[in-house]
Ligand binder design. Structure first.
Ligand code: NAD
Length: 381
């Protein structure tokens, strides 16, 4: 049966541009999606790079002007894969033009931008999604399922880390194409919006809302050369952030992120301790879920390592055979599969802009708490 074509416009051909393009290619082979995605146009800053990307990934055309993508009547979905300071302007224009939107995380530079984005997409009624892709690692989705089934009982603790080590050298510049994450004007914040936003999104999805936070942040290297101006300028981002929090369900949270943990490239881990059982997960071993069930007979009780590859586990019936694992890029395939299914029903996909606003509120409270050295209440989205 011929499926309705869905025209995709991608803005940003960097790291995320590749993951999203790969997902649109793969999804139709593995999932029974209601559309045939057509990669129409890719947009990015450098013309030659956009052209090369279009050729390599099968986009029909390329441009350096994102307005052309958003204004193109032929485009159904706008994929926003650019630095954080561009999310709001592009998403608002795309929503007003009636496009469905998949926006990379964090939703925006700050809360006021994020609130405006939610208002506009909701008024326009366009289906939307924010790319907190770690929810769609099958082991992470399984963890959510086990919690929802009540297997952990009352939850007492949620702790998460996201550790990297790539900015330890003072020679790494801020700003520009490769290092915009270190420039407060492009990124909005440091590890809080870049890394902890992922942990916060997953945590609130699994364990409910965060009500209040107490944080500390540090900027270890106070000045860096700016790649665009060539001048040494003050660094405005948080290099490291640790915060404590309460969840609405009474459990305690403990979160840490840094780009100064020598030896760690992308160590995202979480552990959840409940009255009946505990769960632990590690991005470096992403297809496994550690699980401890206190109801096991004591002589065989212990942490099990569940290999999340069986066909009755989330998303896994779509891939290979039991025992064969999948990886990072598949999280984006799952995201697109869910997005297309919901799109056919005229619905947004979780986490939508409003859920991402809730994460933005937590990030904002974290940064405010660190600045004021006080507990901060988190606004409700
Ligand atoms: N979901 C995740 O796990 C994840 C991982 C990495 C990045 N991200 C997010 O994705 C977004 C992009 O990050 P990235 O790592 O892909 O960045 P990147 O630096 O690899 O790519 C950025 C792209 O934006 C384009 N761009 C910049 N300014 C532009 C403009 N004015 N008009 C058009 N294009 C422009 C550049 O040409 C480049 O192609 C960020 O919001 C980031 O936080 C999410």
């Amino acid at each position: 049966m011929t499926k309705k074509k869905l025209n995709i416009g991608l803005i940003g051909y960097g790291f995320m541009g590749r993951t999203h393009s790969n997902a649109y290619h793969r999804v139709k082979n593995f999932f029974d999606v209601p559309y045939e995605p057509v990669l129409q146009v890719v947009c990015g800053l450098v013309e030659a790079e956009a052209k090369a990307f279009a050729e390599q990934w099968g986009y029909k055309s390329h441009t350096t002007d994102w307005h052309k993508v958003v204004e193109d009547e032929n485009i159904d979905v706008v994929e926003i894969c650019v630095p954080n300071n561009l999310h709001a302007e592009i998403a608002i224009a795309a929503a007003k033009a009636g496009k469905a939107i998949c926006c990379e995380k964090p939703l925006a530079l700050n809360v006021s931008e994020a609130e405006e984005m939610v208002k506009v997409v909701e008024e326009a009624g366009v289906p939307n999604l924010v790319s907190f892709n770690y929810r769609r690692v099958p082991a992470v989705t399984l963890a959510k399922q086990l919690i929802d089934e009540g297997r952990l009982g009352k939850i007492f603790h949620y702790r998460a880390n996201f550790l990297q080590d790539w900015t330890i050298s003072a020679k790494v510049p801020q700003g520009g194409m490769a290092t915009w994450r270190l420039d407060i004007k492009a990124a909005g914040s440091g590890v809080t919006g870049d890394l902890l936003a992922h942990c916060i999104d997953t945590a609130m999805w699994q364990n409910g809302p965060i009500t209040d936070v107490c944080a500390m942040t540090e900027t270890f290297i106070k000045e860096r050369m700016h790649a665009e101006t060539g001048k040494v300028e003050p660094v405005g981002i948080d290099d490291a952030c640790t915060f404590l929090c309460h969840f609405d369900n009474g459990s305690l949270g403990n979160f840490e992120s840094t780009r100064y943990a020598r030896g760690h490239k992308a160590l995202y881990t979480f552990e959840i301790n409940g009255e009946k059982a505990s769960i632990a997960w590690d991005l470096h071993d992403l297809h496994r879920l550690s699980y401890f069930d206190h109801s096991d007979e004591s002589i065989v009780r212990g942490w099990r390592s569940i290999h999340v590859t069986d066909s009755d586990m989330p998303y896994m019936d779509k891939w290979w055979v039991p025992g064969l694992q999948i990886g990072y890029e598949h999280t984006f395939v799952h995201q697109v599969a869910d997005f297309l299914q919901n799109l056919a029903e005229g619905k947004s996909t979780s986490p939508d802009f409003r859920e991402a606003l809730a994460t933005q509120y937590v990030c904002d409270a974290v940064l405010t708490s660190a600045k004021n050295k006080k507990w901060e209440t988190v606004k409700k989205a």
